[in-house]
Design a protein around this ligand. Structure first.
Ligand SMILES: [Zn+2]
Length: 248
């Protein structure tokens, strides 16, 4: 992984989810949590004195020096079950989240995955998500791995997805999320270059700047104890090291 020229940005923990559904159908990539499990996980956050917010709110709070008790909640791909099953649970706990939508698959499905097809939100459903107080960010047009992609395709995936979502929402789209967490310096520079405010990866703490914010996976197996351990591990990983230089 290349080292970024951007300053290190150390937000609080950012949780990564995908599907939220009571379904017991096949889930080979362990992308699904049940609404009950999500409810328990958000209760755990509250017990720890933490509040879940969208990544844009977390970054803004960090910029103002006030992100101490906030945790980012992110849901990748834009599955329709977010609206049906996650939004009511989030509302119960007074929390918000970010949905990263694959903009070329409005009303489509997760065609990029091997395994079961799950429906993705329509333009109307995305507008309902935004109206409920959640952030909609971009997850490219077609969900490719961005590391090593040719510059023209990279630019298209980043810029066009933002345009599509801004048209749907009639509002600025500030956040971006790398499919599979796959990024390199060119991808992070392009995300900044086409006008996003910030972007997030998966697990990777090696760069950890505004366009490579680390997140960690949360799944059905994460009970209160495991979630608490993952939160603690995040704080361990994000401890300032001397080579980081200026922190922002
Ligand atoms: Zn994805």
């Amino acid at each position: 992984m290349t080292t970024s020229r951007r300053p290190v940005l150390r937000t609080g923990p950012v949780l990564m989810y995908h599907s939220v559904s009571p379904s017991t159908g096949p889930d080979p990539h362990l992308l699904r949590v049940s609404p009950d499990r999500l409810d328990q996980q958000l209760r755990t956050l509250r017990r720890l004195g933490l509040r879940g917010v969208s990544l844009a709110e977390l970054v803004d709070a960090h910029d103002r020096g006030r992100s101490g008790r906030l945790v980012g909640l992110t849901f990748d791909d834009g599955y329709t079950d977010f609206l049906e099953h996650a939004v009511p649970v989030l509302a119960r706990h007074g929390m918000t989240a970010t949905v990263y939508m694959v903009a070329g698959e409005l009303s489509g499905a997760n065609e990029w995955d091997e395994g079961p097809r799950w429906p993705l939100m329509s333009a109307d459903q995305l507008r309902a998500v935004a109206a409920a107080g959640h952030e909609v960010g971009s997850h490219t047009m077609t969900h490719p791995r961005l590391a090593g992609l040719d510059p023209a395709t990279l630019e298209f995936e980043l810029r066009r997805s933002r345009e599509v979502l801004e048209e749907v929402l009639d509002a600025p789209v500030r956040g971006f999320c790398y499919p599979y967490g796959s990024f390199d310096r060119a991808a992070a520079d392009a995300a900044q270059g086409v006008g996003y405010d910030h972007a997030c990866v998966v697990k990777d703490y090696s760069v950890s700047d505004r366009f490579t914010l680390p997140r960690f996976y949360v799944g059905q197996a994460d009970d209160a104890l495991r979630l608490t351990a993952k939160l603690a591990y995040h704080h361990l990983r994000r401890r300032p090291r001397r080579r980081d230089g200026v922190t922002a």
